[in-house]
Ligand binder design. Structure first.
Ligand SMILES: [Zn+2]
Length: 151
């Protein structure tokens, strides 16, 4: 699948500065989202973890079997970033706390982060012509553990 020209340009701008960026930040297993990395530094920020309360323990012929239930958990370094665009619209994206609060002041990184999300939606089969793909990210409006709505 051809990359968005805009994303290629954003990555080029970061590369020229020697700034790191992780493009394929989502890992899928059996079509399920398994792990999410920070787009800025590659640190794991979400992953499948066993939920102890939901695990089932059985003893079959003297052998203990533990059936675990997994859920995609947010790790302690997980943050949601609310990006404000020049047209007044907003977009929420996940990053690690370090990149969200420091590196995202860099507008080139902000652009690369947004275009990486557009690429990811495209990979997942979304029609990105529905979103305003020409809008420009302006600034980080908010960083929080969880952002509800776009406020
Ligand atoms: Zn990071």
């Amino acid at each position: 699948m051809a990359k968005l020209q805009r994303h290629v340009k954003a990555l080029q701008a970061l590369g020229d500065k020697g700034s790191s960026f992780v493009e394929d930040y989502c890992t899928f297993r059996n079509r399920e989202l398994w792990e999410v990395r920070c787009k800025g530094c590659g640190t794991i920020i979400r992953k499948m973890l066993p939920i102890e309360e939901l695990s089932v323990k059985r003893i079959v012929r003297g052998v203990t079997l533990i059936q675990e239930r997994l859920a995609l958990a947010c790790l302690a370094n997980y943050r949601e970033v609310l990006i404000a665009f020049d047209d007044g619209s907003r977009h929420v994206t996940p990053m690690c706390v370090e990149c969200a609060t420091t590196r995202l002041q860099d507008k080139d990184l902000l652009e690369a982060v947004y275009t990486a999300d557009l690429e990811q939606w495209k990979r997942e089969g979304a029609d990105i012509s529905e979103v305003n793909a020409s809008r420009k990210p302006n600034r980080v409006a908010k960083v929080a553990e969880q952002i509800r709505g776009n406020k």
